[in-house]
Design a protein around this ligand. Structure first.
Ligand SMILES: Nc1ncnc2c1ncn2[C@@H]1O[C@H](COP(=O)(O)OP(=O)(O)OP(=O)(O)O)[C@@H](O)[C@H]1O
Ligand SMILES: [Mg+2]
Length: 354
C-alpha cells in the first residue's frame, strides 16, 4: 500500500475501531475524526448533482485573494463527493496545475493550445491523482502571450466558451462534467474576459483583510458590461470569504461588511487562514489530500457542500449552454473602459433571477 491517503485511511479506520468508548473530545481525536470524514468522502452521502451543468468563473482582479486555492480545493471536494469536475487553469502562473500535480512545463498540451491554436479541450485535458472525478486543463507560461496573440483572432472573447461547449457536447452524457471551474489571472484582460464569457456564473473569493473590497466595483461593472454585450447569462452567484483570521477584529469587520453588501450571495462557510492550506501546493496537492483533518480542509468541504446544495435547485439558464449564434462583438477596450458600444444583445432583463 504505497498511496499515503490509502495508508492514512486504513490506519484511521483501525484507530477508530479500537478506540470505541475513548475520549473523542481531545483536539487530536477530533482532528482524526474530521480527517476520517474527508478521507472517507466516497462512503458518505454524495453531494447533490446540479440541476444543470454549472460553469463557474472564479474571478477577482485583486492578486492573492485565494482564487487558485479556492478553485483547487472546491474542485477536489466536489470530485471526492461524487461530482464530475473539470478545472480549467486560465492563469499563466499555472498555480492551479501545480496544486493539482498536473504537468505544466512548456510544451505540455494546455489551455493555450485550445485558446490560440486548434486543439480541442479533450486533447489538452489531464487526469489528476486527487480523484478520478477530477480533470484539469493546465496552463503553461505560453499563456502569458495569449493576451496579445488573441487580439487578432476572430471572436477572441468567445474562444474559451466555444472550446467548452464543443468539449461538453462531444462527451456522452454520463461523462459530462457536473461542474466546470475556471481559475482567472489577477487582471481584467482578455483571459479573464474569455472566462466571463465562458461562465454562467461568477464566484468571487474575498480575502478577509484590509482593502478587501478595493477594485470590486470595477469587477462588478465589467461583469455588467459582459452581461449586456457578450454573455446574458453571467451573474455573480457566490462570494467566498477566505483567509479569515478569527483572532482579529478586522476579519469580522470585513466579513460583516461583505455580508451587508452582498447578502445571501455570501456562502455561510468561511475559509480560515490555515497554514496547511498554504503548504499543500508545495506537495502538488490540495489541502483535502495533504491534511484532510485540518480546518482548511474541512471548511473547503463545507463550502463545496453549500455550493452543491445551492446548485441542486438552480433555475434553467436563459441561454442554453449550446447557444447557436453569437452576438456581434464590441471592442474589448470599449467594454473594459466603459465606452459606449453598439447595442448588440438583450439587456440585463435576460439575467436569471437571483
Ligand atoms: N486559507 C488560507 N490560509 C493560508 N494561506 C492561504 C489560504 N488561502 C490562500 N492562501 C495562500 O495565499 C496565497 C495566495 O493564494 P492564491 O494563490 O490562492 O490567491 P490568488 O487569488 O489565486 O492569487 P493570484 O491573484 O496571484 O492568482 C498563496 O500563497 C496561498 O497558499
Ligand atoms: Mg491564482
Amino acid at each position: 500500500m504505497t498511496d499515503p491517503g490509502e495508508r492514512l485511511r486504513s490506519s484511521l479506520a483501525t484507530d477508530s475501531a479500537s478506540s470505541a468508548g475513548s475520549d473523542w473530545d481531545s483536539p487530536i481525536a477530533m482532528e482524526a475524526l474530521r480527517a476520517t470524514r474527508v478521507l472517507h468522502a466516497a462512503d458518505q452521502e454524495p453531494f447533490p448533482a446540479p440541476s444543470r451543468i454549472r460553469i463557474i468563473t472564479i474571478a477577482n482582479q485583486k492578486g492573492g485573494v485565494g482564487k487558485t486555492t479556492s478553485t483547487v480545493n472546491l474542485g477536489v471536494a466536489l470530485a471526492l463527493y461524487g461530482l464530475r469536475t473539470l478545472v480549467i487553469d486560465l492563469d499563466p502562473q499555472g498555480n492551479t496545475s501545480t496544486a493539482l500535480g498536473v504537468e505544466h512545463t512548456v510544451g505540455t498540451p494546455s489551455v493555450y493550445d485550445a485558446l490560440v491554436g486548434d486543439s480541442t479541450l479533450s486533447e489538452v485535458v489531464h487526469p489528476t491523482t486527487a480523484s478520478p472525478n477530477l480533470r484539469c486543463v493546465p496552463a503553461t507560461i505560453d499563456l502569458a502571450g495569449a493576451e496579445i496573440e488573441l487580439v487578432s483572432v476572430v471572436a477572441r472573447e468567445h474562444r474559451l466558451r466555444r472550446a467548452i461547449e464543443a468539449h461538453i457536447s462531444a462527451l456522452p452524457e454520463e461523462q459530462r462534467p457536473h461542474y466546470v471551474l475556471i481559475d482567472c489571472p489577477p487582471s481584467l484582460g482578455l483571459l479573464t474576459l474569455n472566462a466571463l464569457v465562458a461562465g454562467d456564473e461568477v464566484l468571487i473569493p474575498i480575502q478577509c483583510e484590509y482593502y478587501a473590497l478595493e477594485g470590486l466595483g470595477q469587477l462588478l461593472s465589467n461583469i455588467d458590461l459582459v452581461r449586456a454585450h457578450l454573455n446574458p447569462a453571467i451573474t455573480v452567484r457566490s462570494i467566498l470569504l477566505t483567509m479569515y483570521d478569527g483572532r482579529t477584529k478586522l476579519a469580522d469587520q470585513v466579513a460583516d461588511e461583505v455580508r451587508n453588501h452582498f447578502g445571501d450571495l455570501v456562502l455561510t462557510s468561511v475559509i480560515p487562514r490555515n497554514v496547511r492550506v498554504s503548504e499543500a501546493p508545495g506537495y502538488g496537492q490540495s489541502v483535502l489530500t495533504y491534511d484532510p483533518g485540518s480546518r482548511g480542509s474541512t471548511s473547503y468541504v463545507e463550502a463545496a457542500r453549500e455550493l452543491a446544495q445551492r446548485g441542486a435547485v438552480l433555475p434553467p439558464l436563459e441561454r442554453p449552454v449550446t447557444a447557436g449564434g453569437l452576438p456581434p462583438v464590441p471592442p474589448v477596450a470599449a467594454l473594459i473602459l466603459g465606452e459606449p458600444a453598439a447595442p448588440t444583445a438583450e439587456p440585463s432583463s435576460t439575467q436569471e433571477s437571483q
